[in-house]
Design a protein around this ligand. Structure first.
Ligand code: LLP
Length: 437
C-alpha cells in the first residue's frame, strides 16, 4: 500500500505519521497525500520508459492541488491540461510553459488566447473548427505554435467503464482515424499552427498493455503515411489511462506496460520524434486516501449501514462509476491487521461483518461501498478509503451545502496543510447581490 501502512499495533500510518494524531490535529473528512508516493511513482514511471525518454505530463485533472503538482514539477514533470484553469494552476506550480500540453474539445477563445500568451508547448487539437479557430487567434497574436491532432483509433479496453471510454469511433473526442489524413492535407501547412503530431487517449483506466499496443500500431502507421506525404512529424502523444490498484493499493507494474509500448515507439524516438505521455491516476491514485469517521451504524431491511461523514460529495467515483475502493478502519485489532502482503490471508478477514458504507447526502446513490466485509464498526471509528488520490477532491462539490474536506500532504515526519477545510462561510463565496446595469 505504498506509504499507507499499519504499525504492528494496528494503527494506520501515512509515511511516519500516525493517523490518529493527524485526525486529532486536522479532523475528518480529510484527504491525506503522501509526498514520497507521488515522487516515487513519477520517478519509477519515468524510469520504466527511459529508453524513449518521454516528456511525462502529469494529468492534473486527477488531482490539482498546486503543492502536489509542484512536487512533480520539481522532478522535471510536464503537465497535461484541459482548461484555462488547469493551465493557470500548472503555471502557479511553476511548470515551464513549454512542458504543458493542452487538450479538450471545447477550448474557448479566451482559453486559447490565454494558452497562446503563456506560450504552452503543444495544443492537442480535437476538430477541424477548433483548428481554424486556434489558427485565427494565433494569427491575430502573430504566434506560431506546435499542435498534435487527437485521433480516436477505435480501440478500447473492454473493462473500462462506459463513462470513461474515449478511444472508440463515435466518441466526442478527437477525429476518427480515417479523417486524420484529410485533416493533415487540409491543415498541414498552416502558417501559425505547426500541425506536427498525433495524440491519442484511449480511456481511463486501461488495465493491460494490449489496447495501447493496438492503438499505437494504428497511429504509427498513420505517422508513416503522413511522413511519406511530406509532413514533418515531430510529436507522438499516447495520452494517459495507465491503471491504479483499487484493491490492494500496490503500485502498478509500469514495466509491463513499458515492455509492450517502448519497442513500438523506439524507432520513432530514434528518428527524432518526441514521445509524450499523460499519466494521471497511476501516479496520484495510490498516493492519497480519504479519511472519514463513522457517525452511525444502523439496520435497514437485511442490511447493515455504516453512515460516515463523507460521501458522493467528496468522492463521487462509487456513485458515478460503481467504482470499488478498498477501505479499512484506521485502527484495527491485531487479528485484522493487514498489509499489502497479507490482506488476503484468512486470519485478517475472519469475523468480518457486511456493511453498506454510505454518506449523509439525501440520495440513495450516495454510497461508498455496498455489502463490504469489514471489521465490526461503531460510532466514532475512523475509516480509511484507499486509492482516493485521483478524481477525488477534484470532483468534489458542496452538494447539500456541505463544505469540502481539508487536504494534507505528509512528507516523512512532516505534515503540511495544503488546503483549508471549507467553512459555512465559504458557502456564501461570490453571493454578494449586485444590480447589473
Ligand atoms: N489525458 C487525457 C486527454 C485525458 O482525457 C485523461 C483523463 C488523462 C490523460 C488521464 O487519464 P488517467 O491516466 O488518469 O487515467 N473521472 C474518471 C476518469 C476520467 C478520465 C478523464 N480523462 C474516474 O474517476 O475514473
Amino acid at each position: 500500500m505504498d506509504q499507507f501502512n499499519y504499525s504492528p499495533e494496528g494503527v494506520l500510518h501515512c509515511e511516519d505519521i500516525n493517523i490518529n494524531s493527524l485526525v486529532e490535529k486536522v479532523g475528518t473528512p480529510l484527504y491525506v497525500y503522501s509526498a514520497n508516493s507521488f515522487r516515487d511513482h513519477y520517478k519509477r514511471f519515468k524510469e520504466a520508459f527511459a529508453a524513449i525518454d518521454p516528456l511525462i505530463c502529469f494529468s492534473i485533472k486527477t488531482c490539482n492541488n498546486i503543492h502536489l503538482i509542484q512536487e512533480l514539477v520539481e522532478l522535471g514533470s510536464g503537465i497535461d491540461t484541459v482548461s484555462g484553469g488547469e493551465i493557470f494552476l500548472a503555471r502557479q506550480a511553476n511548470t515551464p510553459a513549454d512542458k504543458i500540453v493542452y487538450a479538450g474539445i471545447g477550448k474557448t477563445d479566451e482559453e486559447i488566447a490565454y494558452a497562446l500568451d503563456e506560450g504552452i508547448g503543444v495544443f492537442n487539437i480535437e476538430s477541424e473548427e477548433e483548428f481554424e479557430n486556434i489558427s485565427r487567434i494565433a494569427a491575430q497574436k502573430k504566434k506560431r505554435i506546435k499542435a498534435a491532432l487527437r485521433v480516436t483509433p477505435d480501440v478500447i479496453d473492454a473493462r473500462t467503464h462506459d463513462k470513461t471510454k474515449t478511444g472508440n469511433r463515435g466518441s466526442k473526442f478527437g477525429v476518427d482515424i480515417e479523417r486524420a489524413k484529410a485533416f493533415f492535407n487540409t491543415y498541414g501547412k498552416d502558417e501559425y499552427v505547426d500541425l506536427c503530431g498525433v495524440h491519442i487517449h484511449i480511456g481511463s483506466p486501461i488495465y493491460t498493455p494490449k489496447p495501447y499496443e493496438l492503438a499505437i500500431r494504428k497511429i504509427t502507421s498513420l505517422i508513416d503515411y503522413l511522413t511519406d506525404q511530406g509532413h514533418d512529424m515531430k510529436i507522438i502523444d499516447i495520452g494517459g489511462g495507465y491503471s491504479a490498484d483499487y484493491s490492494l493499493g500496490m503500485s502498478p507494474k509500469w514495466e509491463e506496460f513499458a515492455e509492450v509500448i517502448v519497442p513500438l515507439l523506439k524507432p520513432y524516438y530514434d528518428k527524432g520524434m518526441q514521445v509524450i505521455m499523460e499519466p494521471g491516476r497511476t501516479i496520484s491514485a495510490n498516493s492519497g486516501v480519504l479519511l472519514t469517521e463513522v457517525n452511525y451504524v444502523k439496520k435497514g431491511g437485511d442490511k447493515q449501514f455504516a453512515v460516515v461523514n463523507t460521501g458522493m460529495h467528496h468522492l463521487l467515483r462509487p456513485a458515478m462509476y460503481e467504482a470499488e475502493h478498498f477501505m479499512w478502519p484506521g485502527n484495527v485489532e491485531k487479528k485484522h491487521l493487514i498489509s499489502e502482503r497479507i490482506i488476503d490471508k484468512e486470519e485478517a478477514t475472519k469475523g468480518l461483518e457486511k456493511y453498506d458504507v454510505v454518506g449523509p447526502i439525501c440520495e440513495s446513490s450516495d454510497y461508498l461501498a455496498k455489502g463490504r466485509n469489514l471489521p465490526q464498526l461503531k460510532r466514532g471509528d475512523l475509516l480509511c478509503i484507499f486509492t482516493a488520490g485521483a478524481y477525488g477532491m477534484v470532483m468534489s462539490s458542496q452538494y447539500n451545502a456541505m463544505p469540502r474536506p481539508a487536504e494534507v500532504m505528509i512528507d516523512g515526519e512532516e505534515i503540511f496543510l495544503i488546503r483549508e477545510r471549507e467553512s459555512y462561510q465559504d458557502l456564501l463565496t461570490g453571493l454578494e447581490k449586485r444590480k447589473i446595469d
